[in-house]
Design a protein around this ligand. Sequence first.
Ligand SMILES: Nc1nc2c(c(=O)[nH]1)N[C@@H](CN(C=O)c1ccc(C(=O)N[C@@H](CCC(=O)O)C(=O)O)cc1)CN2
Ligand SMILES: NCC(=O)N[C@@H]1O[C@H](COP(=O)([O-])[O-])[C@@H](O)[C@H]1O
Length: 203
Amino acid sequence: MEKKNIGVLASGRGSNLQSIMDACAAGRIPARVAVVISNNKDAYALERARQAGIAAVAVNTGDYPDKAEYEKYIVDILKEHNVHLVCLAGYMRLVGKTLLEAFPGRVMNIHPALLPAFPGLHGQEQAWRYGVKYSGCTVHFVDEGMDTGPIILQAVVPVHDDDTADTLAARILEQEHRIYPEAINLYCTGKLVVEGRKVRILK
Ligand SMILES: Nc1nc2c(c(=O)[nH]1)N[C@@H](CN(C=O)c1ccc(C(=O)N[C@@H](CCC(=O)O)C(=O)O)cc1)CN2
Ligand SMILES: NCC(=O)N[C@@H]1O[C@H](COP(=O)([O-])[O-])[C@@H](O)[C@H]1O
């Protein structure tokens, strides 16, 4: 199967990026990470890309008059690298029409909670503070709403009485590193069928 090019947008340490890179290198996804883009020039995600010989680009939102202009530049970079699928991996900017219309149905995100519960920032801590007994993570397609796109995969973890927000986040992160590559592989192997709000997985 021909390998697809993936573009990853990240704002921080890049552990989900690393899990995607590792899965591609191990042949568990018929794809390659072709470029990593960050709005944070100091993001360790960019260093991970550089160490792997992958194009790493920092784009400063402040250099652009608005989101549309900022995203036009991102789209140009993604197209230059023949990206087919865009993966948000700890990307802390709301993606707008410009990027979504350039990659219709081809933008995914990992969220550290069981959507639709606890959307937005710090989903792990929101769940912990709420007192849930189970939490987890969600891979979903991205639409214009915040964490409202069709859900692809979810994983559940128990919340322990002695958990802190950080210990819960660590338990969730282990599952993120498992289901994100799995979801990307399902996409790259043509096994995902989006039907309205639902995503069916072909056997
Ligand atoms: N259109 C979409 N964009 C993004 C989604 C999505 O589902 N649809 N998921 C997020 C990821 N994310 C949480 O999962 C998230 C990202 C950004 C924000 C946020 O409030 N950002 C602010 C300011 C951030 C900054 O100061 O840099 C903003 O962009 O206005 C909340 C949650 C990725 N994007
Ligand atoms: N709202 C988005 C969000 O909260 N994303 C979360 O940020 C972390 C990034 O870690 P990483 O940089 O090590 O992948 C991950 O836990 C991801 O689910």
